[in-house]
Write a protein that binds this ligand. Structure first.
Ligand SMILES: [Zn+2]
Length: 236
């Protein structure tokens, strides 16, 4: 599928927290940070992991870091679907999947899946295995989508912009004790990036992190911001 401008369409479903299902115009399905079964905000029908055997079978599963709120269901979905897992090499290797399903990489690396390329980019956070990362998905029409992982605002974002020019950014805006606040997330977008679509994420999942109202306030003057509901799908 493509519109008059020759640009393809990207389907984006937010499952809540940092979990997204992304489908390229060529039908490549990328599941990022699958914390689904025990995610308090994921709609019930979407929590059934069996759907990844058939209708929602991913082409690849991308995991930004080892923490449970990003990786909890990765191994089970990999087993159910047969999909490979992309992440930091130390963490992916420790999952004990077959070599075909282990797509470990490192910062700066690029892994080709279907009609997309997945680039591993830096993030400032912590993990229990290897460095934390973000992902830039490069589509066949040249557009790019940046999933920040759990990073704090960092000067490396200027280099991510220079190298990849993200058109769509899924940004952590979770606040609380763990990640950057919605205000800092909004600052990062304005300071370093020039996307056409910004989707804040990683908020309103648990009581200690930012609420949707706080995220709406922080991004109120940014017309590029799209506030999604868990379970919602957007085409961009
Ligand atoms: Zn997190």
């Amino acid at each position: 599928m493509s519109d008059e401008s020759g640009k393809g369409t990207v389907k984006l479903r937010w499952l809540g927290h940092a979990a997204f299902e992304i489908e390229s115009s060529g039908g490549t399905k990328i599941l990022i940070d699958p914390f689904i079964k025990d995610n308090p905000v994921t709609p019930e029908p979407l929590k059934k992991l069996d759907r990844y055997k058939n209708a929602d079978k991913p082409s690849v599963i991308c995991v930004s870091h080892s923490h449970g709120d990003h990786s909890a269901d990765a191994k089970e979905i990999a087993k159910l679907s047969g999909a490979p897992v992309i992440g930091m090499i130390e963490w992916v290797s420790a999952l004990g999947l077959s070599s075909e399903q282990s797509k470990g990489g490192n910062i700066g690396g690029e892994i080709r899946v279907g009609d997309v390329s997945v680039h591993l980019v830096p993030a400032t956070h912590s993990t229990d295995g290897g460095s934390p990362i973000g992902f830039v998905i490069e589509f066949a029409d040249g557009r790019t989508l940046y999933h920040t992982g759990d990073t704090w605002i960092m000067s490396d974002m200027a280099l991510i912009e220079e190298v990849h020019h993200p058109d769509i950014v899924l940004t952590c805006a979770g606040g609380g004790p763990y990640t950057q606040s919605p205000t800092v997330a909004a600052l990062a977008m304005n300071k370093f990036f020039n996307p056409s679509v910004i989707v804040p994420m990683h908020y309103a999942t648990f009581p200690v992190i930012a609420t949707e109202a706080e995220v709406r306030t922080a991004f109120a003057r940014d017309s590029r911001a799209v506030i999604m509901k868990p379970g919602e799908t957007k085409t961009v």
